[in-house]
Design a protein. Structure first.
Length: 378
């Protein structure tokens, strides 16, 4: 049954259009697309043209762990593409049987509907069309309320133990700090970390104390505590993180393989970093747009129920370091705006569709040292 509600969305959400067959790295490629038990049996019993039936009958395999929500996977073809994709890049299932025939994940992607803490909806930065929307935008990202309808009600999520006002205030503050363009981006990130450090113990404090702290922090005028910012150590950290993450077969792997030869050591990175800044003079604004959109999509710093704010902040620093190295190295190989967008979308496929927050915090903790500051020095 269709579900309609007012959602908070980034304004660019309303202009999103899938690029369809024109997409360079389609979401149909190299992904294990999971379908639920109900969807699986619906697709197997569906009345459809013989060509689609042939494709559907050979399209599924069982995941390692089966659940009603993740009952079968659409097994990629030998070349990594979805078996239901037509030669022109469009979805044969949708073309021949209509949008209603698609599994829920294909109908929704790249949108994510969140109802756990507040009604929020955003597209994922893992879609190249979304990244391109963000890179084309000069003004800071803005948000608005929009009435949206989805084919079904989203599953009920967890509920915040604290008043929703505090959830929204922390998230809004993080976004506002990241958009203070008078400050260099690494300083804005450090101030987000400082805000989280101050606010975490106040989450259960009276609303007045909490609100006063938020107002103070929003000014961004207090001196920051001293923090080690060693770019060479940050390079070693970010490179080790990328090597570990790209060792698995994932979207990041081919982009990092192209980037890594350009960044054999910190000195090479510093050289390429200058070339990157000359090639993309708006890189700081571009990264701001990607990060602000990501924080909203990911419900930062509440994205993982079990994480502490400082772990969420560590993951944000890891993401910054990862993007700095990947974008610098990859665009040394593919020096175009498309190369920038493709590498960013590949990074966010990993970051937004796995437990990156948790894994990055664990990996960085194992490395030890003053990693947030070092990564922000990149
Ligand atoms: S990645 Fe985005 S633009 Fe490309 S096919 Fe998927 S939804 Fe469309």
């Amino acid at each position: 049954m269709p579900f309609t509600h007012t959602f908070l969305v980034p304004e660019i959400y309303l202009d999103f259009r899938c690029k369809g067959g024109a997409c360079r790295a389609s979401c149909c490629e190299n992904w294990d697309i999971a379908v639920s038990q109900d969807e699986y049996f619906r697709l197997l019993g569906m009345d459809c043209p013989p060509e689609i039936r042939r494709r559907l009958d050979c399209a599924f395999c069982a995941p390692r762990e089966i659940s009603p929500e993740r009952f079968r996977l659409l097994a990629p073809r030998f070349d990594g593409d979805c078996p239901l994709r037509a030669e022109d890049g469009l979805c044969a299932l949708q073309l021949r049987c209509g949008e209603a025939a698609l599994p829920a994940v294909c109908r929704l992607y790249p949108r994510a509907v969140h109802t756990e803490f507040a009604y929020e909806c955003a597209c994922s930065n893992s879609c190249e069309a979304v990244v391109e929307q963000l890179l084309a935008r000069e003004a800071p990202l803005t948000f608005c309320n929009a009435e949206l309808t989805f084919p079904e009600a989203p599953p009920p999520g967890r509920h915040l133990r604290r008043p929703r006002g505090k959830y929204s205030a922390v998230r809004q503050l993080c976004g506002e700090i990241l958009q203070k363009r008078a400050l260099p981006l690494p300083e804005r990130l450090l101030r987000v970390g400082e805000a989280l450090r101050v606010l975490e113990p106040l989450l259960d404090a009276p609303a007045g104390d909490f609100g006063a702290a938020v107002e103070r922090l929003a000014l961004c005028d207090a001196p920051l505590p001293p923090v080690a910012m060693d770019a060479s150590a940050g390079f070693a950290s970010a490179r080790a993180l990328l090597e570990t993450l790209a060792a698995d077969k994932c979207s990041l792997a081919p982009r990092w393989q192209a980037a890594a030869p350009h960044l054999p050591n910190a000195a090479a990175f510093f050289r390429e970093r200058r070339a990157f800044a000359a090639r993309f003079p708006t890189w700081e604004r571009d990264l701001e747009q990607l990060l602000v959109h990501h924080l909203f999509y990911d419900r930062f710093p509440f994205s993982d129920w079990h994480e502490r704010f400082q772990d969420e902040f560590a993951a944000l620093c890891a993401l910054y370091g990862l993007l700095r190295l990947l974008l610098t190295g990859y665009t040394a190989e593919v020096p175009t705006r498309e190369g920038f967008a493709d590498a960013a979308a590949a990074a966010f496929r990993l970051v937004e569709h796995t437990r990156f927050d948790h894994n990055a915090a664990v990996l960085l903790r194992r490395q030890g040292g003053a990693f947030p500051g070092n990564l922000l020095a990149l």
